[in-house]
Write a protein that binds this ligand. Structure first.
Ligand SMILES: NC(=O)c1ccc[n+]([C@@H]2O[C@H](COP(=O)([O-])OP(=O)(O)OC[C@H]3O[C@@H](n4cnc5c(N)ncnc54)[C@H](OP(=O)(O)O)[C@@H]3O)[C@@H](O)[C@H]2O)c1
Length: 192
């Protein structure tokens, strides 16, 4: 069982899609009905709303007390804490990012008693240190994901509307899905 946090976000969606492609059953978390709709539409088998459901309890309920084998966590904060409490014995928690803006700390006793692993996955670090691994993993991801990966189209804003773009992406309603691109006059052949 794969548990994906932030499953409506850019990396979360891809994790749901690749997880399904690899044959995993996927539990996706989100903080609104719209987030859960997006995750289900990407293939998640189970969705849970962390705004009102207890993540650990729901994961244990879904997995009949077994827990999640692998956790993909681009959110951090409470999502990370819940992950350590519902990952299986000898499971794996991947730390991908901190969309919640809260960098959690892993309690070593929990890692020990669960015999689980907490591993960081930083694409930027690989790009700097081992770019050939990035090329190989992208090729592998496209191979696995062929026909299954559906990146959102980018949303473009003129540079002078950068503040609005940030506010709409980061606000509570999080109106913008997918990547946002800021366009300068030089980006446009017409200069507009
Ligand atoms: N390690 C790497 O190589 C790598 C690569 C790319 C990105 N990242 C990191 O991964 C994280 C997610 O990136 P992304 O591009 O997927 O972001 P994104 O599209 O904005 O998605 C983030 C998701 O996190 C959830 N979330 C939960 N609490 C949140 C909060 N307090 N504020 C905002 N979102 C919250 C949101 O879903 P709900 O609204 O449903 O909660 C949202 O869908 C970022 O920290 C980014 O820096 C890491």
């Amino acid at each position: 069982m794969l548990l994906v946090h932030g499953a409506s976000g850019n990396v979360g969606r891809a994790a749901v899609e690749i997880g399904k492609r690899l044959g995993a059953a996927v539990i996706a978390t989100g903080g609104s009905p719209e987030s859960l709709r997006v995750a289900a539409e990407r293939g998640a088998d189970h969705v849970l709303d962390y705004a009102w459901e207890d993540v650990r309890d729901r994961v244990l309920e879904i997995t009949t007390d077994r827990g999640a084998d692998v956790v993909f966590d681009p959110v951090g904060g409470d999502a990370f804490d819940a992950s350590l409490r519902c990952v299986v014995w000898e499971g794996m928690v991947f730390v991908v990012g901190f969309a919640s803006r809260w960098v959690p700390e892993a309690p070593a006793w929990c890692v020990l008693l669960k015999n689980c692993a907490v591993a960081g996955v930083d694409w930027g670090g690989y790009l700097r240190r081992e770019p050939e691994k990035v090329r190989a993993s992208i090729a592998e991801a496209y191979w696995y994901g062929e026909g299954a990966l559906r990146p959102e189209p980018s949303r473009a804003f003129p540079l002078e509307r950068a503040a609005e773009a940030l506010a709409r992406g980061a606000g509570r309603a999080r109106e913008i899905s997918g990547k946002t691109v800021l366009v300068t006059n030089q980006d446009s052949p017409a200069g507009s």
